[in-house]
Write a protein that binds this ligand. Structure first.
Ligand code: CP
Length: 336
């Protein structure tokens, strides 16, 4: 088992091997059990992580803050609108300086075309590990929590039909990073992934090509379709969630962009909602997942998200345990 992670960046799971992911899952599970039993783990005592947020967050921010506290360390929450980054200070200078003062830097920056470049630039210069809390391309913290949740519920990931389904939403223009991360990651664990969306909400071609290559290598499959009914049929896991059009929405593809969300093109697909009727066509024991926040009654009926198939709160809780595992394994380069 691979356990040498000190100083490793967590920008995308594409950089984490199967062995490394396996360790992450095991440590997450161990930390979850310790938390349940009230066992104190102060392995990151006196360590500081800087949390830079360009956009809003509930789960990510609080899983990181609560997580580092539970490990004995401390988080500085940094609203980037109050940092000199808002006056143009570079990613390089920010990363070097924060890295000299603490033990890790984590950042959420979803703005299309900027976020991933910014976080990679920080990772290039930072003397401490850099964690991606969601960018325009990836949300590795969500993907690892989702994998843990699937493992818990099914005891395996192999041969599960997992359908990642576009859904109608009006709340905001959602980034593509959640479905993109899932479609790349899940085939590495033998899942039969179906990606379903109306025309116009395609993920980039390179993502589909890499997801299919992952499926071939690790024994899963990837099917892309605009047939929503096919995606629900006999699925073991459904993940209906909105995402924006990365080609036409461009700079609007951010969680803060003050752009018009609803237009005629979107309205034409209002029927792409997760309903009890659709869930009834899936496997009898299907589970409903969503990274949250959900746009209730647009993306999903209340009776589904609040119903017996929904595991969204377990999924959200696992953000804590997996975030702790990422911090516990990668931090600690100094003073340990
Ligand atoms: N799923 C997720 O990342 O939630 P937040 O936006 O609340 O952090």
């Amino acid at each position: 088992m691979q356990t040498l992670f000190r100083g490793k960046h967590f920008v995308t799971l594409r950089d984490w091997s199967q062995d490394e992911v396996e360790t992450l899952l095991r440590v997450s599970m161990q930390l979850k059990m310790d938390f349940a039993m009230g066992k104190i783990n102060d392995m990151l005592k006196n360590q500081t992580i800087f949390l830079m947020f360009f956009e809003q967050s509930t789960r990510t921010r609080n899983s990181m803050e609560a997580g580092i506290t539970q490990l004995g360390g401390h988080a500085h929450f940094l609203d980037t609108s109050t940092m000199q980054v808002s006056h143009g200070e570079t990613a390089k200078d920010t990363a070097i300086i924060l890295g000299r003062m603490g033990h890790a830097i984590a950042c959420r920056y979803c703005n299309w075309g900027y976020g991933n470049k910014y976080i990679n630039e920080m990772a290039k210069w930072s003397p401490v590990p850099v964690m991606n809390l969601q960018c325009d391309l990836y949300h590795p913290m969500q993907a690892i929590a989702d994998l843990m949740t699937i493992h818990e519920k099914f005891g395996t990931t192999k041969k599960l039909k997992v359908s990642i389904i576009w859904a109608y939403a009006e709340s905001h223009k959602k980034p593509i990073s959640v479905p993109l991360s899932q479609v790349l990651f899940f085939p590495r664990f033998g899942m039969e992934v179906v990606l379903a969306h109306p025309k116009g909400w395609e993920l980039p071609d390179w993502v589909i090509a890499e997801a299919k290559a992952n499926a071939e290598r690790y024994g899963g499959s990837v099917t892309v379709t605009d047939d929503e009914a096919y995606a629900y049929k006999d699925a073991h896991i459904v993940i209906p969630k909105n995402w924006g059009n990365w080609v036409t929405d461009q700079t609007g593809l951010t969680t803060t962009g003050a752009v018009k969300v609803v237009d005629d093109k979107l309205m034409a697909h209002k029927a792409w909602k997760c309903t009890e009727e659709k869930i009834a066509t899936a496997d009898r024991d299907v589970v409903y997942m969503h990274a949250l926040p959900a746009d209730r009654n647009n993306e999903v009926e209340d009776s589904v998200i609040d119903g017996p198939h929904s595991i969204v709160y377990d999924e959200a809780e696992n953000r804590l345990h997996t975030a702790k595992a990422v911090m516990a394994l990668t931090m600690g380069g100094r003073g340990r």
